[in-house]
Design a protein around this ligand. Structure first.
Ligand code: ZN
Length: 310
């Protein structure tokens, strides 16, 4: 098992939050200097991450154009917020990113992704539906990679593998906005135009350690049987319950640590004072994790780099 470090910055950052979750057994490790080659991560809210080893950087599901529930629910046309995307490229230090990986093509995962790719020169990788989001944003074909179940992609010292998964039953027990995006999708379009397009878990392996990005909390039995990961970035929004995620996602990959993501209210602006997504039931998560003390939990700070693998 690789040594996993995660800083106390998580709990510091969240103390300012009106609905701050307790920090679980967050490691009290403060890293002053970044060691060469350490794998670092910045959480961007929702399922968005920037991951780098100092040589190669990549985004997973970067999304920062957080429109209000009314606009989304009433079907207003949504435009990616270019200024916010530029701001977040600066915050994450991702100007030279090599890849943008997308787990499924709902708007809160895929809408901004091509613009992160366009601004950084990265390639974008995801389903055919995600490719159509990229085409609608004007990305050329040579910057688009259409992935398939089990397909691997080398990105510097990282290897990304896309594993077919299933979306969480996030809307009254049902998967929202199912189906495919079959033509280039040009904004502004409503959130509902961003069809799911199939959901993938992403395994990101590096010589220093392996993370599993579980961007939607559905369960596909057996899908992770041949996967091992040190850390799971686990989406909490829309999950059925935490024990089934532990049984079918975290335990099969033998992960020592869970880092919750996608529990913030993404209908509100992205800053340190975020609220929890309605219905996310953090109490149930905390209770379930307390019953599995062998699995560590770290809450990520928003917009601040922490070391994942030393
Ligand atoms: Zn989704």
């Amino acid at each position: 098992m690789k040594k996993i470090l995660y800083t106390i910055l998580a709990s510091i950052s969240l103390t300012a939050c009106a609905h701050a979750p307790a920090g679980g057994d967050t490691d009290n490790v403060m890293i002053a200097e970044t060691e060469t080659g350490a794998v670092r991560v910045v959480w961007m809210g929702t399922a968005g991450l920037y991951v780098t080893d100092g040589e190669t950087g990549l985004y997973i599901d970067p999304f920062v154009s957080r429109y209000g529930l009314l606009k989304v629910g009433l079907g207003f046309g949504l435009n990616p917020e270019h200024d916010l995307i530029d701001k977040w490229i600066k915050i994450t230090g991702g100007a030279g990113a090599s890849a943008v990986l997308v787990g499924h093509s709902h708007y809160d995962h895929a809408m901004d992704a091509p613009y992160f790719a366009a601004r950084t020169g990265a390639v974008i990788a995801g389903s055919e539906s995600t490719a159509n989001v990229a085409r609608g944003a004007g990305l050329p074909e040579e910057k688009i990679r259409v992935i398939a179940d089990g397909k691997q992609m080398a990105i510097g010292k990282f290897t990304a593998a896309f594993i077919k998964s299933v979306h969480s039953p996030a809307l009254f027990g049902r998967i929202p906005w199912q189906g495919e995006i079959t033509e280039p999708l040009r904004p502004p379009v409503s959130a509902s135009a961003y069809r799911e397009g199939g959901t993938y878990a992403i395994v990101l392996a590096h010589p220093k350690g392996t993370l599993l990005h579980y961007g939607s909390a559905g369960i596909k039995l057996g899908s992770l049987d041949n996967v091992s990961a040190d850390v799971v970035f686990l989406s909490l929004g829309g999950r059925k319950d935490t024990p089934s995620l532990l049984t079918h996602v975290v335990t099969p990959v033998h992960a020592a640590r869970v880092i919750p993501i996608h529990f913030d209210d993404f209908f509100a602006p992205l800053d340190a004072r975020f609220s929890h997504l309605i219905g996310v039931n953090m109490e149930e998560f905390q209770r379930s994790m307390a019953e599995s003390p062998e699995i560590g939990v770290s809450f990520p700070p928003i917009g601040r780099e922490t070391i994942l693998f030393q």
